[in-house]
Design a protein around this ligand. Structure first.
Ligand SMILES: [Zn+2]
Ligand SMILES: [Zn+2]
Ligand SMILES: [Zn+2]
Length: 755
């Protein structure tokens, strides 16, 4: 018996090879009808024999391509139309061209099987891919996404590849980077001077041998160069740290497979899924105590940044060695990663001993993404490969807005039709190379998305390079410029992510952020919507000597808070931060505070974390951003669940509610004197912050509480807040970073509502 079904699917279904997939399974099951995109997702009509329809439906649910997510799946029977074909119908939807620019996708199981299958023509071939996997964003030069518009255009497909490419029921139907050893790109190994040592399979074999000998290899991956070395060897890891000029910031580590990783770390079900996902990010997982990893991979850090092989090249290389390897971005600390062969030989010549390069050009660099699990849910903290540039779909069409993001962890964002696209992670705009990368990404997005800004949005901070760039662009091209306050942008980004339109209570806790009064805000409770915000509550202010310098020296925050409480006599007392100063420094600090010179007022919770860390003498100077606060979180975890009472704090009503931290610090100092354990104090401090969120949230009738800002990368704090607040709905981030990587998308909506 024949039937016809109308199927409506909403979710992430556009531009991820979904329609070809539907086409394929319809053909396989001898069904007729069509599939087409609609603004919310995909519409399918299929008819044929009932048993075939059932098989089709099963596959539609079970075998969907990677990155696909259904949020709605509706099916109803409709009258037969007796078509004789199954077709992919073109839709009139304007956003469609944009939707076709996809992230790079980790190697699928079938491709992986092929490269390890001696009888397959792609045996050992490091550029194997199909419609379900392989490079996308890193190779696309123009839309529409077609072979001739990618960096793969220089390779002409051999007849066999061509046939796969043109055959609608083949897995490689319209797989733009399709290639094989006959016709595709090739790997080769060079020394530092660029002399070729080996090619193809032998180059990979030789690289494995060199890693075993303790060498440092620069490998050209999917979105740029990576630096590899043996993660078990102290000598190798220390040498890499020295050459890369990276002190203690953790390195990501690649393990050959999940079983291997499990020898080194605890992996939950959610973590396993993420590690094996098409995004294949660096995932922060809890390391096992007796791990054989070099302690220099992530000094004093209970977590490791683990990643599994995600390209055929990584799979092939890792199959030849039996130890984990450091897999970190190919750059000198803080610079953008190198992604061209010639460029790498110059920029990385003092870091790498050998270069495993290849002939597939990378169109734009893209880092590995970094994710952690909070509340059993993924939280992207660096959004790049696998995630960018997947668009965020919104309800209404927007004008073309260019949002320039902040200063640290910069990303840019653009809006077109009903989509917002956030760029890959660019980095801190504190050096020329990063600023050039920032400008390049803007030009790239203009070209790639046929984007012409009608509005520019930037941070309100007058000194940010991104702000200055915006001012100039606005003046030169006569485009309106909207300045957006930093913390408003944070909450806006969280609203977009959670599809919230109404007024909320936003908790924006961060290290920095220019406020309406020109001071450094960072402990904010805002009542806001996209149009405007009101400061509902904040922390008591304290003074930091040297403003931004305090990011690098937690002791400056502690001194600021101590001064606020006790005045200048602190310079004669034996607090840890004071003891860490030289005699000379002590004089400078004292006189600066006395004369109120170069003292910047702040309410930053990031800095309050630093202050506690410094008082406990965990870290007086950071070797990477946020280090002191992280250490405080890690030691607090040891006390988890053992304590219920927070420190005392006061909330005073002024123009807005002011949270006074003085009692908190008085009690902390008394606990230090009584030699309470550092874990106890650190945990009690976390508990106190969660209690503060609860108390403030009770002062408003808003029932949606949004958590954003870099502080909410803190797992313990976030989970404590969820535990404490039961009568309101709490929203956090997942796909957009809570840190400043999310500022650009937040700026888009606010600027639109302030035209
Ligand atoms: Zn594949
Ligand atoms: Zn071929
Ligand atoms: Zn921020």
């Amino acid at each position: 018996m024949k039937k016809r079904f109308l199927i409506k699917i909403e979710g992430t279904v556009q531009g991820i090879g979904f329609r070809p997939f539907v086409y394929r399974i319809a053909k396989e099951n001898k069904l007729n009808g069509f599939v087409k995109n609609n603004p919310e997702g995909v519409t399918i009509e299929v008819e044929g024999e009932v048993k075939n329809l059932n098989k089709f439906l099963l596959k539609l649910k079970r075998d969907k391509p990677p990155l696909t997510k259904y949020t709605l799946f509706e099916i109803k029977e409709i009258p037969l139309k007796n078509e004789i074909e199954f077709e992919i119908l073109k839709s009139e939807e304007k956003g469609e061209k944009i939707a076709l620019i996809l992230p790079d996708i980790a190697t699928c199981e079938e491709c992986k099987r092929e490269i390890f299958d001696k009888d397959n023509r792609r045996y050992n071939y490091p550029f194997t891919n199909c419609t379900n996997c392989g490079p996308r964003f890193s190779i696309i030069q123009n839309i529409p996404y077609d072979r001739k518009n990618t960096t793969m255009k220089i390779f002409e497909m051999c007849p066999e590849c061509r046939e796969e490419y043109e055959n609608p029921i083949n897995r490689r139907f319209h797989a733009q980077p399709n290639a094989c050893p006959e016709c595709g790109p090739e790997v080769f190994l060079t020394d530092r001077e660029g002399n070729i040592i080996e090619k193809g399979e032998k180059a990979i074999e030789k690289t494995a041998q060199l890693l075993k000998k303790g060498k440092i290899i620069a490998l050209k991956g999917i979105g740029g160069f990576q630096l590899l070395t043996n993660a078990l060897s102290d000598e190798c890891v220390l040498e890499l740290r020295k050459r890369k000029k990276r002190d203690e910031k953790p390195f990501a580590i690649m393990f050959k497979n999940l079983e291997h990783l499990k020898e080194y770390a605890y992996i939950s079900k959610t973590e396993k899924e993420l590690l094996l996902s098409p995004q294949s990010p660096i995932l922060l997982v809890k390391s096992k105590k007796k791990s054989k990893l070099s302690k220099y991979c992530a000094p004093d850090n209970p977590y490791i940044g683990a990643i599994l092989p995600y390209t055929p090249l990584h799979h092939l290389l890792m199959s030849k060695i039996d130890f984990p390897i450091i897999c970190t971005s190919g750059n000198l600390s803080e610079e953008p990663i190198a992604y061209e062969n010639e460029e790498a030989l110059i920029r990385l010549k003092d870091i790498a001993d050998y270069f495993l390069m290849n002939t597939r050009p990378i169109e734009r660099y893209i880092d590995d993404s970094v994710v952690k699990i909070i509340n059993n849910k993924p939280l992207v903290i660096r959004r790049a490969r696998g995630y960018a540039p997947l668009p965020f779909i919104i309800k209404k069409n927007l004008p073309q807005i260019l949002a320039l993001g902040p200063y640290l962890k910069n990303t840019i964002a653009i809006s077109k039709f009903n989509r917002i696209i956030v760029s890959q992670h660019i980095g801190d705009l504190d050096n020329e190379k990063s600023f050039n990368a920032f400008k390049k990404v803007i030009e790239d997005f203009k070209k790639l998305y046929e984007f012409k800004p009608e509005i520019i949005a930037c941070d309100a901070h007058p000194e940010y390079l991104s702000t200055k760039y915006g001012e100039e662009l606005s003046k030169n091209e006569n485009i309106p410029l909207i300045k957006v306050f930093h913390h408003h942008a944070h909450i806006s980004s969280c609203m977009i992510e959670n599809r919230i339109e109404e007024e909320v209570l936003g908790v924006s806790w961060d290290g920095t952020g220019y406020g309406k009064d020109g001071k450094i805000w960072g402990g904010e409770f805002l009542i806001c919507d996209f149009k405007d915000f009101k400061r509902f509550a904040s922390f008591r202010e304290f003074g930091l000597l040297g403003g931004d310098k305090a990011i690098k020296e937690p002791r400056r925050s502690a001194i600021g808070i101590l001064y606020e409480i006790y005045g200048e006599k602190i310079f004669e007392r034996d607090f840890e931060p004071i003891k860490s100063l030289t005699e000379e420094e002590r004089k400078i600090f004292k006189s600066a505070y006395e004369k109120n010179l170069s003292i910047f007022k702040t309410t930053s919770v990031g800095r309050i974390f630093d202050a506690v860390s410094s008082l406990l003498n965990l870290k007086q100077k950071n070797t990477f951003e946020g280090q002191a606060a992280m250490i405080l979180e890690w030691i607090a975890e040891n006390y988890k669940g053992k304590l219920k009472t927070p420190y005392t704090f006061e909330i005073k009503k002024e123009n807005y509610y002011v949270i006074d931290f003085v009692p908190i610090f008085e009690e902390i100092i008394s606990d230090i004197k009584r030699k309470r354990s550092k874990s106890y104090i650190a945990y009690k401090f976390h508990l106190t912050l969660a209690e503060i969120v609860k108390k403030i949230s009770q002062l408003t009738d808003k029932d949606k509480i949004l958590l954003s800002g870099g502080v909410f990368q803190n797992k313990l704090l976030t989970e404590l807040i969820f535990k404490k607040i039961k009568n309101k709905k709490i929203f956090t981030h997942s796909q957009i970073p809570p840190n400043d990587g999310g500022i650009s998308i937040g700026q888009i909506k606010i600027s639109y509502h302030n035209l």
